[in-house]
Design a binder for this molecule. Sequence first.
Ligand code: NAD
Length: 516
Amino acid sequence: MAGPENFMRVPTAQPKRTLYTDAMEIFHRAADTIGLAPRVRLELEEPDYEHIFYVTAKLKDRLRPLSPEAAKAFGELPVTQVRDPNGLERLADGQIILNGKALLGSDVNIRRGHLRLPDGGVYQLVPGESQRFKAYRVQHNQARGPYKGGIRYHREVSLDLFKALAAEMTWKTAIAEVPFGGGKGGIAIDPRQYGREELEAITLRFMYKLKKLIGPNIDIPAPDVGTNGEIMALMMRQYLDGERERVVGKAIVTGKDVRIGGSEGRVKATGQGVVYCIEDYYADKGETLKGKTYTVQGFGNVGSFAAEIMHGLGARLLAVNDADGTVFNPEGIDVPALMAYVADPKNLKRSVLGFPGAAKIEKKAFWEVPVDVLIPAALGGEITGDVAERLQVKLIAEGANGPTTPDADRVLQKRGIDLIPDIIANAGGVTVSYYEWIQNKRMESWSEAEVNAKLEHALKRNYRIIRDISRNTPRKTEMHDSRPFCVGKQVEPRLAAMILALKRIEAHYIIEGFSQ
Ligand code: NAD
């Protein structure tokens, strides 16, 4: 007779490895290390809510450039003289959006749907259609306060990614000791392919749908990759439209322009926070940033301000990599000049590429530039195991969220490369977002010096606790007390940071208990 072993067995389900499971690897290690209560682990290992919805918008008519080859078919086409050139909005990819009544009253010559502009180029006239975009908001955990986290506009986003980023906000707000939980969301869109008015329409529609899910005491968005203070202003306007008590609602988003309720110091806050951590890393060794060399990946909000502040403290920037290329100068890059180059309206891609004060190199070579500090400030997953093997740096200060893969983490440890993990290094943004939120609630406005003094204290104090956990040196100083958090053995910095976050979050569940 056939024994049970002869029957076909259903294999035990192996959880599929995803970006989220990778990101949560460190959570589970920290939970194991501190013996996190099982129910708290269940609460934290999946988000509270995962919202997926769609927004539609009517796009503008646009002109799509033809290749010189294809344009030959329109050799005789006369130039169209545009009456209102301000109505033409040029995008980085060569498309032109027709705003307002750009062509009205112009001397238009159209042939088979094509026209020639005074720049000599032939363009296909594409009538504006309605388009649908996928949108997300993940609300990970609110044990310590309202959900808080950025809005990302990027082509490559997914539920999995937003889950990872929302969870990361839960850890980060706990580490920064701000009374928020974690959230994240955004739209699957490449914002560089749309005009200003189109992005406005998409953003307003996004907030129209989001409004039911968020609020100044429920979930507070902020800028992230592909969004900025202008997008936050639109979101605030849409949220407050028609509300009677508009003034109390300003805290619905942070990262606003200072003139409409934003905080001094918020724009630079994330980059500033990265540098406070690096400064403290060196202060611990009795050194300063003067004469240190560094490279930066990503020259947007975080990367450019971190670079500028490092430069101001006497460090030398040797190379920058962004989405479009890499520039390198072994003598040191003039950071203010590079910032001006990137901000120039003629630089449609906002790229460092073509900067006259440095040479172009390959991305592969960027990782191999020998420097003291590497600041990844672009997207996640950039420092893979292979990249980590090739790095010639002593310290990585993670400005970006999740730039280092778990494989790379193991390589960095083996090679003795120090790390300031993202959940403390880039916590400056959310910390000053909290200051903005309080200022909105209290109808106050603080000076930049006040904001920076508070930020410096908050980050350095918590970074010191993380260092003490990592080295297992429990102590109480005037600035910090690491005794409740050390675990009786040394652990690597990323694990130490996660331990601090989990101990702070767990306290809420242990002391408050669970509602039934
Ligand atoms: P941003 O949109 O202002 O800039 C992004 C930069 O990254 C650009 O220079 C872009 O060219 C570059 N980039 C994009 N794709 C790249 C690629 N494949 N290779 C190299 N470079 C690439 O974004 P930001 O606000 O500076 O955010 C950067 C990172 O910092 C993100 O990971 C974000 O989640 C994180 N972060 C931002 C804040 C904040 O306050 N803005 C706070 C915490 C963390």
